[in-house]
Ligand binder design. Structure first.
Ligand code: AMP
Length: 437
């Protein structure tokens, strides 16, 4: 099927052509006609299936048929999504698919000043994309009015609940006009999600496109059993030998993300870290650099990486093995988007083996074990082959890597030394002043 076989109008077919989308994905094929008929819908689909376009394009087309009245435009479409990154991506998609129509959209999320967001709302928008907390904040302050809303999308409902947003979501639903079209998306549909869906949609069409683990089938996976101290060498080896242009590396902790990113930078591999301790602006900048290919490796924690959508991401590395199998599937799903193939490599240490076993129980594919000794041999060979005339890059890197951060004991001694030095300087300057009097 091609897009022009769907009931889409010219401005949208043109935008899709410009986006170089040739064929609708299964969720787009099924959801677009249903939504254009004005029906409510429950969509069971993960990110990577093309679900954003599946709801954005028909929403734009429907709202575009009604000309905006006089005065400030009222919000007529609302998309609520759990994370800032997802919210920004949805806004970007709306911009792209709606570039040939005259609808305005904006995005609001927490963690940044509300000033710019309030200004955009003042100018009037047709579609608002929002995370739950900031939406409620702005509503309470009177900057968001939802009385004219006719189209509502709740995105990634299961993650919304995982992140503790259920009370906020319930509050938001109470603010919406009863007469509206509602779409509800979730990657999984356990009972509590289904119950929530039933409070939002009315006589919905039910569309399910991905068996829960299809990501795992699409992405080429492998695992190395390797102890933690060796992981950095393996990562360097994979990035350099595989000539990888873009890799997303997952670590368990924020500290770990910083450490890996520093280690790569020292080895002259352009890397940046994103995690919850970084400001929103720093995260956005890092993401932008990565998307534009300025940064080769993005090192991230799970929360920070939620919803990150990077076209042509070559490699996902599980530097630490997640203790929840679903997290593994979400991580590897960052590569191999919208039917493309991708690669995911996991580094599993002895203490992480039980997590790995849990993952294997839940994914429907065998994951080949790669021989970690092969990598060690390759590194040794490389050293041997070094003529001595060339700068010995590997040795240099290893030396840099061995420069461990100062131990607590050393740090304490250094602090004392500095304190004594300062005391001495202060005393000396006091003596000087006294002498000069
Ligand atoms: P989503 O599941 O909405 O996060 O989309 C995943 C990725 O697929 C995004 O990078 C989209 O730009 C891309 N995409 C969506 N629909 C199509 C399509 N029909 N053809 C090619 N790429 C698509």
């Amino acid at each position: 099927m091609t897009f022009d076989q769907l009931p889409l109008t010219a401005p949208f077919l043109r935008a899709l052509e410009e986006e170089k989308y040739t064929h609708p994905t299964p969720i787009q094929e099924q959801a677009i006609p249903v939504i254009l008929e004005g029906r409510d819908m429950i969509g069971c689909a993960q990110t990577g299936t093309g679900k954003t376009a599946a709801f954005s394009i028909p929403m734009l087309q429907l709202l575009n048929t009604i000309a905006p009245g006089k005065g400030r435009r009222p919000i007529r479409g609302l998309v609520v999504t759990p994370t800032r990154e997802l919210a920004m991506q949805i806004k970007e998609s709306l911009d792209a698919y709606g570039r040939h129509c005259s609808l305005r959209n904006t995005v609001v999320f927490g963690g940044v000043s509300q000033h710019g967001q309030v200004n955009a709302l003042h100018r009037g928008v047709d579609i608002l994309v929002a995370t739950p907390g900031r939406l409620l904040d702005l509503f309470q302050q009177g900057y968001v009015k939802l009385d004219q809303l006719s189209f509502f999308v709740l995105d990634e409902a299961d993650r919304m609940l995982d992140m503790g947003f259920l009370p906020d979501v319930k509050r938001i639903i109470k603010l919406l006009p009863a007469k509206r079209q509602s779409l509800f998306f979730s990657a999984t549909m356990p009972d509590n999600i289904r119950q929530l869906a039933n409070t939002i949609v009315h006589d919905p069409a039910f569309i399910s496109v991905t068996p829960a683990m299809s990501t795992a089938e699409r992405v080429e996976q492998s695992v190395y059993f390797i102890e933690h101290p060796d992981k950095k060498y393996l990562l360097l080896h994979l990035l350099r030998e595989g000539n990888v242009r873009s890799a997303l590396v997952f670590t368990k902790t924020k500290h770990g993300a910083d450490k890996v990113s520093r280690m790569l930078s020292k080895a002259h591999i352009h890397a940046e870290a994103i995690h919850g301790n970084k400001s929103q602006n720093a995260r956005q900048k890092a993401l932008k650099n990565f998307k534009e290919g300025i940064t080769r490796v993005l090192v991230a924690t799970d929360i920070a990486a939620r919803g990150i959508d990077i076209d042509n991401l070559e490699l996902v590395v599980n530097y630490d093995i997640p203790n929840i199998p679903e997290t593994y599937v979400h991580r590897i799903g960052r590569t191999g988007r919208a039917g493309a193939s991708g690669e995911a490599v996991s580094f599993c240490s002895g203490s992480e083996k039980s997590f790995w076993r849990d993952i294997l129980k839940t994914i429907p594919v065998e994951v080949p074990v790669k021989d970690a000794s092969a990598f060690r041999n390759a590194a040794a060979e490389e050293k041997k082959a070094d003529t001595g005339n060339e700068p010995n890059y590997k040795k240099k890197v290893e030396k840099l890597l061995q420069e461990e951060a100062p131990s607590e004991e050393k740090k304490g001694k250094r602090r004392n030394r500095n304190r004594n030095r300062n005391k001495f300087r202060q005393g000396a300057s006091r003596n000087k002043q006294r002498d000069s009097r």
